[in-house]
Design a binder for this molecule. Sequence first.
Ligand code: GLU
Length: 428
Amino acid sequence: MATTINAFEMAQSQFDHVAELLNLDPQVSEILRWPLREFSFRIPVRMDDGTVRVFQGFRVQHNDARGPNKGGIRFHPAETIDTVRALATWMTWKCAVADIPLGGGKGGIIVDPATLSTSEKERLVRGWVQVMWRNIGPRQDVPAPDVGTTPQMMAWMMDEYSKLVGAYTPGTITGKPLGSGGSLGRTEATGYGVIYTVREAMKHLKMDPSKCTAAIQGFGNVSQYAAIGFIEILNGKVLCVSYYDRADKVSYTVSKAEGIDPHFLMTITDQYGSIDKTKAKAAGYTIEDGGEWIKKDVDVLIPAALEGQVNADTVKLIGPRVKIVAEGANGPTTPEADEVFKTKGIFVIPDFLCNAGGVTVSYFEGVQNDMNYYWTREEVLEKLDTKMTIAFKGVLDMSLNRKVFTRDAAYMVAIDRVVKAMQLRGWV
Ligand code: GLU
């Protein structure tokens, strides 16, 4: 059933399509189709039992014309250089569309973090920094959390970097915990950012949020706060979330007709987004097949798991009521599924606009680290809302003025900004 996709080919094909629409100079495209720098390295780690295991690590710096490279580090057993390239490329567009002065980067390690002990994880992330420290830093490249990595890991990485350079340097990494240079509002930033863009899309489509329902794929950090935001910011109802069950090695959809309670579900979820389904069942939730979320009779679909989930196969399952697809994940929709959305007139809030809230508050975290002065949660979320609302409007205006699909419009806004920076710096 699952369609095999190469995320980097997908990112390049999205870019090529818009480069053609924009009649972009081929010399400019040649720079933007590929990352500027790539690091691929091995990290030997002493395991708790005394043996040494070697892990494959990556860091890809796609483009830093607008500022230091920025983007998360993902721990995933199926990580490849191509997924990291794709994610780094999308980060360049994300920072540009959000209009924050940063470029695009991404890192990864091929590993299932749930198979490591706490101290093995610490040695692994410190090992990553020991390889990369000369090529990261507040003015070069600033990593952050992503799938499989946590604020605690960011604190260890910041500590390792600070020790190596001999100076406390909190701004070298973001998504740190509170009390070690982290920002208030960072935990909920991506999910709430998704909801701010959904709110703006609903205004545009003249939908009443309090009468709307959503189905969410995933129950990691993004999904959890998107669910809370959909209920608490929009007054809407979330009918289900899905998650990957580590023990059963399959995904499940966890639903409740009267609406799920994300706060309750979070109390029975582990740090990797795996829900205790026995406890969920006992609390009156229905446990269904992992693919069921996309078939729900809802107004809004929020894919917030991994790339390629809404594809030629699964897009056929979407119900007639769906009006908005808000892409909380990076690259959840394949080009084939996009064609279906265009035909059906479904309003897509493209990933690098929709989920830009995380990196936006990462940027705020870096600013606070530089100032050594910290804002309140309200200040952070207010600034985030302003940024997301302006970014949404920029993309919507481009889409309406040029009569193009929202994803293409987001690319147009982002590419314009990156090309302008490259021209000003004399690269092209
Ligand atoms: N990993 C997140 C993303 O994909 C956040 C990146 C960051 O904060 O640098 O946007």
